[in-house]
Design a protein around this ligand. Sequence first.
Ligand SMILES: Nc1ncnc2c1ncn2[C@@H]1O[C@H](COP(=O)(O)OP(=O)(O)OP(=O)(O)O)[C@@H](O)[C@H]1O
Length: 262
Amino acid sequence: MTDSGMTDAGVTPGALLGVQEEPAPALRAESVSRTFGSGAREVHACTDISLEVHSGELLVVRGKSGSGKTTLLNILGGLDRPTSGDVWIGDQELTSLSDGKLAEVRRGRIGYVFQTFGLIPVLSAAENIEVPLRIRGTDPAVREQQVAEMLELVGLADHAAQRPYELSGGQQQRVGLARALVGEPDILLADEPTGQLDSRTAATMMDLIEELVKARGIAAVISTHDPLLVARAHNVVDLHDGRLAPQDGEARGRHAAPVPAV
Ligand SMILES: Nc1ncnc2c1ncn2[C@@H]1O[C@H](COP(=O)(O)OP(=O)(O)OP(=O)(O)O)[C@@H](O)[C@H]1O
């Protein structure tokens, strides 16, 4: 038996016994808390949050303004560090990493979509999508091909040369999604990605995210205020004052996302 629990033949004990093993979650948070400030000004933005998301699954985090959604997503995506608790991407624990290593994991494994789109105004749609590949030093011919594929995938092949201000809100957000996915991340994090869109465009955007998450086996976490958007989720969790509320049975996934406290 090796340290990883495998036999010398590279087989897990469960496989030898014919037991179907649950795949490890792509993203996992364990007892994550985040406090800002101190003393009388201390704010408990997130308290003791545990959850997991598997590849190909979409977890929706729902909660009122100020409930801690952005704080949680920032921690899950390695943009902020928790005050206590751990975050795992596959078998990589994030909170113990140096800033440099964390940046590497962010670049290589995580795609982000922001409510305000976060596009660079002087760049065209294609150039915005290309940014993560340039940062990674991807070969120009490969870059061109991957950007063209992504434009096609989000239905913007005819808008490649347009700058953000020449695109509608929904089109800009599709550029944001294409930019998040062009590096083939394992994890997609979207903080209220439909917040600036009308309800029909928001629904189309969520359909697209759902389709791509499934097709590409990505583990996605999306925060939203919008109750209509939760229909597309495998799991839904509710945040109240930084804490996960008990599930209300709306989730349609194979298991509840929050990990019960042990
Ligand atoms: N950097 C910070 N310093 C101090 N307090 C903060 C900081 N960031 C967030 N907070 C506080 O933490 C709490 C949670 O904020 P957060 O932005 O995570 O909520 P949210 O659910 O994303 O809200 P919204 O839907 O309005 O974006 C709020 O009380 C907020 O004021």
